[in-house]
Design a protein around this ligand. Sequence first.
Ligand code: SF4
Ligand code: SF4
Length: 382
Amino acid sequence: MEVVEKHRSNCTECGQCLEVCSRYNDLGLLDRLYGYLEGRAEIDSDSLLRCLTCGLCKDACPERLGIKMLISPARQKWVSENGLTDRQTMVDPEAENNLFRKIAELDETPEYKEGSGSVVYFPGCAGTYINKIMAKAAIELLEKAAVDYTVLSGVEYCCGAVSAGAGDPGPIHRNGPRNIEEIRKRKAKILITACPGCFKAFKDIYPRIFGELHFQVLHVSQYLELLIREGKLTPETTLKHRVFYHDPCHLTRGMGVYREARSVLEHIQGTELANETPENSACCGFGGGVRVNYPSESLAVASDRYRAAEKLGCDTIITNCGGCMQNLIEAGKDEKIMVFDLTEYLSLACGIEIKREDSRMVEFVNKAYSLCISSYGRPEDL
Ligand code: SF4
Ligand code: SF4
């Protein structure tokens, strides 16, 4: 297998990938993955499922290899041989146990404006069903800046990126062409995504599979920075906080986007940014299916982000991803440090009121996990 040959012939077994990885600690993993991918050996589920897909190992590797480049094809092989588990199908928009449909049955889903605007806001499944305040804040900001926008929301438009990360590329192939068509039908010039995963799907994966999209794709942090630069949004309220920007893995390492969110924060009076670059950034513990496969360990990884912020003397963490928000909120219920999505924080700086519903969000998402996954145990129950 090409990926195995490339890895084996370039890997010096220096172990630098493991030094940054919060989930694995033995180099024997590489041999287990080679053996499995070459069809010489079976593999244990922990070797495949513990990975957060955070990409830190690739960044740390002098040869730009890392471990994830083997885990991703190994997960796909495992799915093609064994089928999908309920933990994997729950992010498939057509599956009976789809997580977001379950949440919609439990709780109200906001109705968003469908209009003729040439800017399409795409809250994604997380923004539509789980982290609704993040999406509402983004929409309030679009209103404030008088943007001619429309919203495309609902599980029927799931981008498919999370399923692909779990080893199932099916939803990308099913939903991708339809999503592109829906956006084109609206004559969109710009698509703004709330979620770094949707951003990767539209900006990187879809064009590779389906060809040029003919509309611009921006993550919400990039669009907000543009609105501030053009003078359409002016943060006038002073927010006196020393803030830690938590880089979402799929945005920073996955797509190289990290400057714009920081620039937005630098425009807010009274706000002091403690980490001006993504150096030493790390995962929130949510990704790669780890939140549902290893709930307590996932939240322990999120707790480390509070310690990193504390070390820099911060009283606030800002991030820009529904998954990061969910994990940081759930891990932070006894923490003194506050956590906001960038859209929420900027809304406050623009005089827009934000009504957070953290405990309600955590309650509903855990209820929905229990309905979607057999033998799901909440972190505190484990
Ligand atoms: S850091 Fe790169 S070269 Fe070193 S062991 Fe890991 S994959 Fe191999
Ligand atoms: S992607 Fe992240 S969790 Fe997975 S092996 Fe690399 S560093 Fe570890």
